[in-house]
Design a protein around this ligand. Structure first.
Ligand code: ZN
Ligand code: ZN
Ligand code: ZN
Length: 104
């Protein structure tokens, strides 16, 4: 088990800020995409990570401060309030979605 410090939402759904979470050892995901040790080349790669202990899944926060499931976290609970940013077809460097929100 390794330790990883990341902003967290606790098991009750409250944002608690940076905390240590237990993660698998780096060797366990060797050669595979891993949201912690080896992120794939997805468009959300540079976004801030947030560990959702209530859903047991890693989220990435977009520029609207909305959390989207990390594409490299294969957990099944992918329900989230979505502004569209986790869809690579809708998200083009942030421009499309930002314009839509400014208009409304
Ligand atoms: Zn890993
Ligand atoms: Zn989303
Ligand atoms: Zn967004």
């Amino acid at each position: 088990m390794g330790r990883f410090t990341v902003d967290c939402v606790d098991s009750f759904g409250f944002f608690i800020g940076p905390a240590n979470v237990n993660v698998h050892d780096i060797g366990e995901c060797f050669g595979e995409n891993c949201c912690i040790h080896n992120p794939s080349r997805h468009h959300m790669k540079t976004w801030k990570q947030i560990w959702r202990d209530d859903h047991k899944i890693m989220h990435r926060m977009c520029l609207h401060e909305i959390g989207h499931p990390d594409p490299d976290d294969l957990s099944s609970d992918r329900n989230h309030h979505c502004c569209g940013c986790c869809d690579p077809n809708k998200f083009i460097e942030g421009e499309v979605v930002v314009r839509e929100i400014e208009r409304s």
